[in-house]
Design a protein around this ligand. Sequence first.
Ligand SMILES: [Zn+2]
Ligand SMILES: [Zn+2]
Length: 264
Amino acid sequence: MIDVHCHLNFHAFEKDYDEVIKSAFKAGVTKIINVGTKIDSSFRAVEMAQKYPQLYAIVGVHPHHADKLEAGWELELEKLAKNPKVVAIGEIGIDYFRYKSNSIVDPKLQKETFIKQIILANKLKLPLQIHNRLAGKDILDILENHKPYLLNPPGMFHCMSGDLDSLKKVLDLGFYIGFDGNITYSGLAPGETVELKELVSYAPLDRIVTETDSPFLTPEPMRGVKNRPEYVIIIGEFISKLRGINFDKLRNQTTKNVKKIFSI
Ligand SMILES: [Zn+2]
Ligand SMILES: [Zn+2]
């Protein structure tokens, strides 16, 4: 199994990342992609990817940090993105959820930062890894308006949410879909109208990839402890059960899908 989106580059793993990485590979994880959310965590993701052969990095500025950028960030990001272990620009997008730790960043600023990074990704011929929370419509509008900048395939939506209509539009644009441990939670997430399980049932198998978003979104039955990349196997098992297919088939298919998006 491959974890296409986690944050071992975050402080939460400062002390145990080496143990966590080794334990994931022992459990059957074959590749791990660490994702930056601002310049310093992107730098750290690249640094870690250089240390372990099966680790890769995605670099970018998350919408939460769009209001805290320093002058010259685009050049720094471009420099980082040129590292051969960098496989995409992300996590980028729009977020309209009011978190306790982060109020909603000015939407205009979020959109500008998102668009600048779509253009950068095109310049470097890298796919996108998109973060969307309660902002599907605005994200899809921007992607539609920037179609000439999208690669084929254009990338993936990480931690998919939203309704079936937006899932269809995301698929029509050619994006792949990432599912996390929150697909194992019952009920609706705040602000959502459709259970994630419905999206998992609808998404074509040849467009699904698996991810953990560690240290967040720990799947059941481990919920309550810090998430880690090896729990991607629990997510894979959950998807294969829900779709009524054999786990090996799901693992092989998602591995193929990862290769199509990121060439790894
Ligand atoms: Zn995210
Ligand atoms: Zn994330």
